[in-house]
Structure formats: C-alpha cells, structure tokens
Design a protein around this ligand. Structure first.
Ligand code: 13P
Ligand code: SF4
Length: 354
C-alpha cells in the first residue's frame, strides 16, 4: 500500500536532522513503508552483525521485534542506545520459553543425571534471559542461517543438545542437515511435569527440543505444498526452517529470509516459486521479480503476516525518529548488565562459529 506522503516527508526530515547519529535496521518482514527508511535490511544474523559494526551511531533504531533489539543492545557499546519504535512488537515464539521454565528444565536434566552432557543451543528468537542461561551453561545462540554450524559445534562440546525454543528449527536441522533420525529427538513440554518425558527417554535422546513454535510458519501444511504443486506445475517450493518438519521435508529448498532472497535473485527468468514465509517479504519479492519474468506466489491461500512485526508501521517510526531528533530518547531497549554479560558470551560464540 502506498505510504502517506506527509509521514514519508516527516520521516525523511527527522532522519536527515539526525544524520550519522542514527542507524536504522530493518528486518525483511517489515512493511514496505518502513523498509524504505532502513539503512540496512537483513535476516536476524545479518542484522545482529550489522548492529555491532556501527560504533559511531548513537541511536540504533531497530525495525523488527523485541528479541532482535535486545540482541543489538547486547552487541553494541554501553553508550549506544537501541530503540524499538513500538514496545509491543514481541515474538510469540520467544515468549514460549521463560527463564523460570528453562531453569526448571535444567533441574529435570540434572535429576536425570544428564545435565553435564547437555549443551544448550538457543535460537536467536528468545529473550535475553534465555540467551544468558545459554551462555552460563556453555552453549551458543544460532539463527536459521547457521543452525547446522551451531549444532556441529555443540556436538563437539557434548553428547546432547537442548534446543530452545523452536522445536521445528531444531528438528529440521537435526534430521535434514545432521543425518539424525526423528527418534533421536524428544519434545520437552514445559507445561508438563518432567517435560512430559520419562528419565529413560531423556537419557536416550540426542536432541531435546523445547516445545515452542512460530504461529506464522505453523500455518503452512503438507496440503499447502501439495496444492501449490498441483496448481502450478514445475513450481519450486522454498520455505523457512521454522515450518513444520513435513513441510520442510516436502519442500525443494529451505533457508533463512536472506537465503530466500538470494535464491530468487539467482533464479532464472520463467521460473516459478512458492514461498513459505511471512507475507510482507513474499509480496515485496513477487513485485520485485515480476518484471524479470519470475513468478512468485505465497505458499498458502490464507494471508499470513507476522502481526508483531507489523506493529512497526510508519507512524511509529516517524514518532521515534522525531523524538530522537528533538533529543527525547524513547522506547529504549536496555538489557541489565548481568544478563548482558552471559548473553553476550552466547552471542559471541555464535559470531565465532566457523
Ligand atoms: P530470519 O533470521 O530467517 O530472518 O528469521 C527470523 C524470524 O523471525 C523468522 O520468523
Ligand atoms: Fe516470531 Fe514467527 Fe514473527 Fe518470526 S514470524 S518474529 S518467529 S512470530
């Protein structure tokens, strides 16, 4: 949808006034009206790296969700301020693992006598508390673009992995990229005593998957894949690894948002693609590549935005930029020092992965 010209002008002016003091990061799921003001766009790995590489910017305006802004705060210096234009932009998957639940899980693993064999690997999509837990227990963070390398590293450190909080990324990486079987994975349910598992099951498992998921990617089903293959003969199915295992198993290609963009850039004219990820990104790609004769459709028939990503809209961005330009620091995301120290350990292990 075309953005309000008055708001566009106001955002432009405020950004101009701030100059090099502000750096705007935009995740690929952001609305077009927001993306037009991003200094860089990227997947969550690229944005974490780019935030850390801007020491001269006093303000980092993060157009994305809360866990991404927290990670940027952890990776930037203390005098840099990270701003999230709408504080209600959370992530329902990240909320599925709380610090209390994860501490309880660690007690369960300790009771079962396996805690010292377990290396935690936490998806970027988690709170700073979970990242700190991960750092404290010798683990690493991963994103959808380096999950295999993170698991390779973790299995050099220990015999088992506790994967938090996305069961699908954990299972898909273990089975698709690491040659494990579905039986090597168990599902830990934080709402059940002992995670809903017996001690024997925990001892036999190689991958202990936290029972979290993304509600956006959870909408894609095996039927979506079969339907689109029937509707569009010769279509390439390309999905994000947060999709369910049967969807990923039936797809032709799997990867992060950045991978999806690169794959479409490299695709030949005349090729047809069905994409299983958030709708803002798929629409932008469909519009961008239509003139080159690449046909790009959304994998499912039902519309599927990430509602929290969508909370960052042009009015919120304008408000944040104008406030900063007037010297008012608003919506700062600041992780407390102790949490930050351990979370940083885990994030730096990720950044150091080969
Ligand atoms: P990417 O790292 O692939 O951009 O994924 C982030 C995310 O939240 C997907 O739902
Ligand atoms: Fe979280 Fe899913 Fe939205 Fe990504 S798409 S931010 S995992 S709710």
């Amino acid at each position: 949808s075309p953005s309000d010209p008055d708001l566009v002008e106001r955002a432009r002016k405020a950004k101009e006034k701030l100059g090099d003091k502000v750096f705007v990061l935009g995740h690929h799921y952001q609305r077009d009206e927001v993306i037009q003001f991003a200094d860089v766009t990227g997947d969550s790995f690229k944005l974490a790296r780019d935030a850390a590489a801007r020491p001269e910017a006093e303000y980092i305006v993060f157009c994305g969700v809360h866990f991404m802004a927290e990670s940027a705060d952890i990776l930037t210096s203390d005098d840099q301020k990270v701003v999230l234009p709408d504080l209600a932009a959370g992530c329902s998957m990240a909320d599925m693992a709380t610090a209390e639940q994860v501490a309880e899980c660690w007690d369960v693993l300790t009771e079962a006598g396996i805690a010292e064999q377990v290396v935690p690997v936490s998806y970027m999509n988690s709170s700073a508390d979970i990242k700190a837990f991960t750092g404290k227990h010798g683990g690493t963070i991963c994103t959808s673009s380096n999950a295999k390398r993170a698991l390779d590293w973790a299995f050099e450190q220990g015999e088992k992995v506790l994967f938090l909080p996305d069961q699908h990324l954990g299972r898909n990486t273990a089975v698709r990229d690491m040659g494990m079987s579905l039986e090597d994975c168990v599902l830990y349910n934080p709402h059940k005593p002992n995670g809903g598992l017996t001690t024997e099951e925990l001892r036999a498992a190689k991958m202990i998957l936290w029972r979290g998921h993304c509600s956006v990617h959870g909408r894609f089903s095996l039927d979506s894949v079969n339907d689109v293959r029937e509707r569009i003969p010769g279509v390439n199915v390309l999905v994000h690894p947060e999709c369910r295992h049967e969807v990923v198993a039936a797809a032709d290609y799997v990867g992060s948002t950045e991978y999806i963009i690169k794959a479409l850039e490299a695709a030949p004219a005349g090729s047809k693609w069905a994409i299983g990820t958030e709708l803002n990104l798929v629409r932008r790609l469909a519009n961008r590549f239509a003139p080159e004769g690449k046909e790009i459709v959304f994998l499912d028939k039902t519309v599927c935005f990430c509602s929290t990503m969508n909370r960052i809209d042009l009015p919120h961005l304008v408000w944040a930029l104008e406030s900063l330009a007037e010297g008012n620091l608003v919506n700062r995301i600041e992780v407390d020092k102790e949490t930050e120290a351990f979370a940083k350990l885990a994030l730096e292990r990720m950044l150091a992965l080969p």
